[in-house]
Design a protein around this ligand. Structure first.
Ligand code: ZN
Length: 259
């Protein structure tokens, strides 16, 4: 895949790195979903999180202590996220994967927008809203099944058919362990990447904060496409700090994949 002739900007430099690389991996955070109308909960005063403290209500202890209260909040989040649509940044990554220029997307986001955009190789290190799981027996149900159980339950709590225990979203709640398999896969991908594209993440939250180090330690390059600063800015080969959608569209164009 040839890059656009005469591209001399940082975007052009990144496109050349991608075209020359064998393995390119993307690491995405909340900033990728903001243009789809999903606020970053760390930005105070936005959307659902305006009225609640996410650290309190979306904590595993809150779920265990009072599943009715937990689901009183979370059912709304489930519904609201399920109706969001991917934006051009999600689609750019799917197009790169289709063109053989991107191996995988590792994401902190639970909103499934990468999947909706067509990304096939997706590692969700914080889980996803795809469904629910029973912590008692391990049974799992789809989001649609969970929704009908929420509607049928007098307390609005989706329950396990086998053991009647409250179901938990397949999202990693605060205070919970990360899914080991996804984490190992993310570490493997980032540790072997020639170029790691860090998109829409402040790279401050574990485990994502540790992943660029693996790429750098193995001799790979790190590119940062996000607004605001990150701890890796001085180590990044390319730093693009404009709007994430505009930057990704520019990159797609520089890769000769636009239109
Ligand atoms: Zn069960």
């Amino acid at each position: 895949m040839g890059t656009r002739a005469g591209a001399t900007s940082a975007t052009g430099e990144l496109a050349r790195q991608i075209a020359a690389a064998e393995r390119v991996v993307a690491l995405t955070g909340a900033g990728v979903s903001v243009p789809s109308g999903i606020p970053d909960f760390r930005s105070p005063g936005t959307g659902l999180w305006e009225r609640v403290d996410p650290m309190e209500v979306a904590h595993i202890d809150a779920f265990r202590r009072d599943p009715k209260r937990f689901w009183g909040f979370y059912a709304q989040r489930f519904d609201s996220l399920a109706h969001k649509q991917p934006n051009a940044a999600h689609r750019a990554l799917a197009a790169m994967e289709s063109a053989g220029l991107l191996q995988a997307v590792v994401t902190q986001n639970v909103d499934e927008l990468h999947r909706k955009a067509g990304t096939r190789e997706l590692v969700e290190v914080h889980g996803s809203i795809a469904g629910c799981v029973c912590l008692h027996c391990g049974a799992s149900v789809s989001r649609e099944q969970a929704r009908s159980r929420i509607a049928a339950d007098p307390d609005g709590v989706p329950r396990c058919e086998a053991c009647d225990a409250p179901l938990k979203p397949r999202v990693v709640l605060f205070g919970e362990m990360l899914p080991e398999e996804a984490l190992l896969r993310a570490q493997q991908l980032c540790g072997r990447a020639d170029v790691l594209l860090c998109i829409g993440s402040s790279l401050e939250v574990y485990p994502v904060a540790a992943l660029p180090e693996l790429t750098l330690a193995a001799g790979g390059k790190v590119a940062i496409i996000t607004r605001g600063t990150t701890p890796f800015d001085d180590l990044a080969g390319v730093r693009l700090d404009g709007d994430v959608v505009a930057e990704m569209q520019g990159l797609l164009e520089a890769l000769g994949l636009a239109g």
